[in-house]
Design a protein around this ligand. Sequence first.
Ligand SMILES: [Zn+2]
Length: 630
Amino acid sequence: MGGCKITVLLLVMMLWLPHGLSMGNTCSASVLEARRFFELQNEQLRRRFHEEFLSGYNYNTNVTEANRQAMIEVYVRNAELNKRLAQEIKASDYIQSEDADIRRQADHLSKLGASALNADDYLTLQNAISSMQTNYATTTVCSYTNRSDCSLTLEPHIQERLSHSRDPAELAWYWREWHDKSGTPMRENFAEYVRLTRKASQLNGHRSYADYWVQFYEDPDFERQLDATFKQLLPFYRQLHGYVRYRLRQHYGPDVMPAEGNIPISLLGNMWGQSWNELLDLFTPYPEKPFVDVKAEMEKQGYTVQKLFELGDQFFQSLGMRALPSSFWNLSVLTRPDDRQVVCHASAWDFYQDSDVRIKMCTEVDTHYFYVVHHELGHIQYYLQYEQQPAVYRGAPNPGFHEAVGDVIALSVMSAKHLKAIGLIENGRLDEKSRINQLFKQALSKIVFLPFGYAVDKYRYAVFRNELDESQWNCGFWQMRSEFGGVEPPVFRTEKDFDPPAKYHIDADVEYLRYFAAHIFQFQFHKALCRKAGQYEPNSSRLTLDNCDIFGSKAAGRSLSQFLSKGNSRHWKEVLEEFTGETEMDPAALLEYFEPLYQWLKQENSRLGVPLGWGPTDKIPSDCCGTFST
Ligand SMILES: [Zn+2]
């Protein structure tokens, strides 16, 4: 049989790889039987995914109680079928199959998560999660200037105020309105979520739901590596944090921003303080070298939302990769509809059928959304690249990979070289001062994100593992945000408040360390692709990582396609090695990208006598839990 021959050949090749497994007789009757079994199961799984994502999309693009109920009904029905499949596999000997691929499929399909719960508990859990999502999607707040107008939404109204207002009282007002309304009322739902995911983890034999999440990295050492990576990056973050705090103090004065201590999040231009680049004009290292206002240029040139997506599509096509199918353009929701409520938080969808992929987001024409469009299109490209895989492998082998694909493209797109090529700026070669400005702008999103991404799941791990008492769930959250990132709420918070659900991914049960990992991996990917495209040479002053644009490189595109098309069919270390030559998550490429800025910050902070570091926040009761070690 032809299929068998190919498999034998593949396995022979795998013998040379570190994770290769012994060949055995792959054409034995039991292996052939197992393959038939998984082929059938994968087809049924694909149909279940199709049905689930359709009902999820209906709800997300039209938030009604009926659509929420319909979605949960599908989830409950499919959870039961997933559970039966897992039980069947566990009762068989597929997990011990002589065939490595059978073992991998069996292993993945027997990981159950919340589906392990009985039907009543599962329903209660889905109700808790979707209630949090609905609350997040429908929360509106009152206007600072007109308190009787309480119709302001996060996207675009509140975001616009956080980016543009320079009035600390107004900024604190919006921060508080959002947290009081999107976070605090969800405490009961969150507690229910914690209780039931704990129960599911026990049923699955996991120590906690955190351990269930960690196992997706298929590396028992991954958590320790994350901690080590964070520690490696902290000195750079402290320089950036110190410099920004100094510049904020210059702008707002010492009453609003003292010389030392934590920075109030409301001053940072983003609801969660996870990216600070909206405030670039306050901190530009060399103000005499102003940034080209890309947003104004887009407006001048009549850019539309459609155009932003077309540019992203053209970028992938220039690499020789998949074009967006016509169904994408017909079925996506790319702007906020005015006749119904939608979950505006941007997301990319795979419907597991006929290349049906879609994006749902409330796009506006500006540089922030220009980035988000590419981020989401990265997910879409991944879906298209691995659509030939069986359903169980239609995913990333490391959760961080999926979040890194679009970001890698955006690193090229946002380079001066590329912005010039598409006519948004005039000068594609930066002098030293402009280069520092540009790197600084990138660092305000890429470096600033790291302590945030780290804290979100360090917090949930502590909750899931019962290391944080329920009576300290709110202060523990701020304790971590302060300890890891030196930021704090603008007003005092107690256990009467509950702020974690003010962040979408906490409501939606989305594991978050993937974003931290993606912020490291994307620079490894970028370096590998730039090298393939002939756009980067180590130690070259001309071909540097920070001004590399892989647009049009078929060699880079081929390499990326090969990497993505494997989906989750093999261990991430194997596919990473084939792609970049590395087998670990490694911040070296990120540090190389930012090296000129790091040196500049160290010199500048020392020249200005800028204090570095921060102590504990005084915006939570002093008897909150002690510090968390990393
Ligand atoms: Zn994403």
